[in-house]
Design a protein around this ligand. Structure first.
Ligand code: CA
Length: 241
C-alpha cells in the first residue's frame, strides 16, 4: 500500500485552510488543520507530519517563531516547512528561509503552485536521496545516519543545507551555477528563484562553521565545494608531521 504523506496545515483563515486541505486530499495527501500555534503544537505532539504548511501571520505566536522553534527541536528539525505568506518582500522571504523554512509561497497562490512546491520539497526529503558516505578534507557526510562532521565535531544542518552539501561533496571541486543547483538539489525549480540558492548557501556556510569557507563563490559562475579553500580552513597553524 502506498504511503500517503501527512501534511499539517497551520492557518487561521478557514477558507484558505479548506482550499489547501481539499486540494491536497484530492492529490493523495492526508491533512490535518491547526488554527494557531497552540493547536499545532498539540498536533505535532501526537504525530510528527511529513510536511508543514505554515502561515506567517497567526494569532498569538507567528509562523516565523514556530518555524524557528521546530527547527531547534530534535523531534521536528527534519520536517520540511513551507511558509505561507502575504508578505512578498525579499527581506521577508529571506527571513522566512533564515528561520528554517525550506520554501515559501506568497498569497494569493494557485493550487497548482502549492502542489508543485509540496511535491518538490517532499522529493528533496525522499528516501531516494540516501547515498554513500562521503568525505572531503576533514568534512564527512553520512546519509544513512544523517550526520555531518568536521574534524570529528558534529555539525547541525537543516534538510535543504544537508542536501546541498551532499551534492557539493559528491562533485567536489566542480563549479555549479545557481540554475544547475536548483535543478539538481531542488529538483523542480519552476517556482523557485535563484536568490533562494544564495540564501541556502549562506546558511550552509554558517552551519559548517570552521569548514564554511570550503564552499566557495566563483564569481560569475556559481558555487563549488573545494578541499583547498583560498582562505585556510582553520586559523591555527597546522604542524607538519
Ligand atoms: Ca493568517
Amino acid at each position: 500500500m502506498r504511503n500517503m504523506p501527512a501534511v499539517l496545515v497551520v492557518e487561521d483563515e478557514p477558507s484558505i485552510a479548506e482550499l489547501i486541505a481539499v486540494n491536497l486530499r484530492h492529490n493523495g495527501f492526508r491533512t490535518t488543520w491547526s488554527i494557531d500555534s497552540a493547536s499545532a503544537e498539540r498536533e505535532i505532539e501526537s504525530a510528527v507530519p511529513d510536511l508543514i504548511l505554515l502561515d506567517w501571520m497567526l494569532p498569538g505566536e507567528s509562523g516565523l517563531v514556530l518555524a524557528k522553534r521546530w527547527r531547534a527541536n530534535p523531534r521536528t528539525k527534519e520536517v520540511p516547512i513551507i511558509m505561507l505568506t502575504a508578505r512578498g518582500d525579499e527581506a521577508d522571504r529571506v527571513a522566512g528561509l533564515d528561520a528554517g523554512a525550506d520554501d515559501y509561497i506568497v498569497k494569493p497562490f494557485s493550487t497548482k503552485e502549492l502542489l508543485a512546491r509540496v511535491r518538490a520539497v517532499l522529493r528533496r526529503k525522499g528516501p531516494e536521496d540516501v547515498g554513500e558516505k562521503v568525505s572531503v578534507a576533514g568534512l564527512t557526510l553520512d546519509p544513512s545516519t544523517y550526520r555531518v562532521t568536521f574534524e570529528d565535531a558534529m555539525l547541525k544542518l537543516g534538510p535543504t543545507e544537508f542536501k546541498l552539501l551532499q551534492f557539493f561533496m559528491n562533485s567536489a571541486e566542480r563549479v555549479h551555477s545557481r540554475a544547475q543547483l536548483l535543478d539538481k538539489v531542488w529538483g523542480d525549480h519552476v517556482y523557485i528563484e535563484e536568490r533562494t540558492v544564495d540564501v541556502h548557501v549562506k546558511r550552509l556556510r554558517e552551519a559548517l562553521g570552521g569548514a564554511g569557507n570550503m564552499v566557495e563563490t566563483v564569481r560569475g559562475a556559481g558555487y563549488r565545494l573545494t578541499a583547498r579553500p583560498l582562505i585556510p580552513i582553520t586559523p591555527t597553524e597546522k604542524t607538519s608531521a
